[in-house]
Design a protein around this ligand. Structure first.
Ligand SMILES: Cc1cc2nc3c(=O)[nH]c(=O)nc-3n(C[C@H](O)[C@H](O)[C@H](O)COP(=O)(O)O)c2cc1C
Length: 391
């Protein structure tokens, strides 16, 4: 009798014969598996929130935008801007998207990892650069949501973590990429931050109309890190489509691994509806040379489906939708209580995100739910199971 049909099998027995998850670079994950993506979010997409969303079928997560110049120059910036853990990436059953010829054999041209801290925990000194959490030595790896594959084509895949930087020059970006490379699966260049201070500094959306500079920055990272390293850009659409076209052609010529497209212009507030036609235009400009991710107004699972159908993107990126409901990609219509509880558990273990974490505690207490009792540690938060107790 298979262990999976034995009603008395323990949880550890059920999970005992899992294959090792594939470690695919983001471009392959996007090309073949249609992943769900957490957008970069200043102040919000920090470690506890990234780990939380990874428990609910968010396969690629982004750090908040960090300033490459500060990050590469100052230890204090590295420590305050970035922390990660060996557990923050999830493990998922994923099925190759239709039309994909690959089941992700892990032998793709980009399957390169540079000096990951877990390769040799005893000898590296990289922890001096950033805060890196490791689980107790007796803890197992992250687990998928279920011990068995949902269908015959499903394979076990590990999620990706991308660091997003803002930079006005190629050297700072390459320096920052090199420093952070042991901890992430790639870097992303912010070409969309619309704030005036950013524009005046020549970063964020100021880059939307500086295609040669974007090209040089991507090239700079490529030259420093090699072709195996993932470098992407996140853009906004331009009211003048020719500008979008020029930007994309330059970025492609420099060798971006994938493209993320926010379907609003620099001057549009987020209250304006996302322009799916604008995203589709950008995807068509790419002509399939690299996979694309679409971003804007993803509030429900239906929005995820519509984004793919109407624009041709492979990945779907949510920002405010995941802040409102971190379990959005698992098709929960609103935030389940266990997500709130998990978030408190994660943020008390990793460090609070103010005022986010305190709001979550207030939310639970207002419903008479006791977050102090039966609280799991982060190292128990491996599959996103509920840990809530009601008083
Ligand atoms: C609080 C907040 C912080 C953000 N921080 C970043 C950032 O660091 N980098 C970035 O590229 N975009 C940032 N954005 C933009 C989002 O990534 C996303 O492009 C935008 O919110 C549109 O997606 P949505 O309609 O799903 O919210 C931020 C948005 C919000 C609401």
């Amino acid at each position: 009798m298979s262990i999976h049909s034995d009603p008395d099998a323990s949880e550890s027995q059920l999970y005992s014969d899992l294959p090792a998850p594939l470690h695919l670079p983001p471009s392959e994950l996007l090309e073949h598996y249609e992943p769900n993506v957490l957008a970069p979010l200043v102040r919000c997409s920090k470690l506890p929130f990234r780990h939380l969303t990874s428990l609910y079928e968010t396969h690629i997560t982004h750090t908040p935008m960090m300033l490459a110049e500060e990050f590469s120059r100052a230890q204090i910036a590295r420590v305050s801007d970035f922390s990660t853990s060996s557990e923050e990436r999830g493990v998922y059953w994923m099925t190759p998207s239709s039309g994909s010829s690959s089941k992700g054999n892990g032998k793709g041209k980009e399957a390169v990892r540079v000096n990951h801290p877990d390769d040799d925990c005893s000898s590296h000194s990289a922890d001096e650069l950033i805060t890196y959490y490791r689980p107790p030595s007796n803890t197992k790896d992250r687990l998928p949501p279920s011990p068995t594959a949902p269908n015959r084509d499903s394979v076990l895949v590990r999620g990706n973590l991308i660091a997003q930087f803002a930079s006005p020059n190629a050297k700072s970006l390459a320096d920052a990429a090199e420093l952070i490379s042991p901890y992430v699966d790639g870097i992303d260049l912010n070409c969309g931050c619309p704030q005036r201070w950013a524009y005046n500094e020549g970063i964020g959306c100021a880059l939307l109309r500086k295609p040669e500079l974007v090209r040089d920055m991507v090239r700079g990272v490529r030259q420093r890190m090699g072709w195996g390293w993932s470098v992407s850009i996140k853009i906004r659409i331009d009211p003048d489509q020719k500008q979008t076209e020029t930007l994309i052609r330059n970025a492609l010529s420099a060798g971006i691994s994938y493209l993320s497209i926010h379907g609003r212009t620099r001057h549009q507030p987020s209250t304006d509806p996302v322009n799916l036609e604008g995203i589709k235009f950008a995807v068509e400009t790419v002509k399939g040379e690299v996979p694309c991710t679409g971003n804007g107004d993803i509030w429900s699972y239906e929005d995820v489906v519509t984004m793919r159908e109407k624009t041709g993107v492979k990945g779907v990126m949510a920002a405010r939708g995941l802040l409102a409901n971190p379990a959005l990609f698992c098709n929960y219509p609103s935030t389940p209580s266990h997500a709130v509880s998990q978030f408190i558990s994660l943020s008390t273990s990793y460090g609070l995100i103010f005022p986010f974490s305190t709001a979550a505690i207030d939310w639970l207490e207002s419903r008479g739910l006791d977050w102090r009792k039966d609280r799991s540690t982060i190292w128990d938060a491996r599959r996103g199971r509920g840990v809530l107790s009601t008083v």
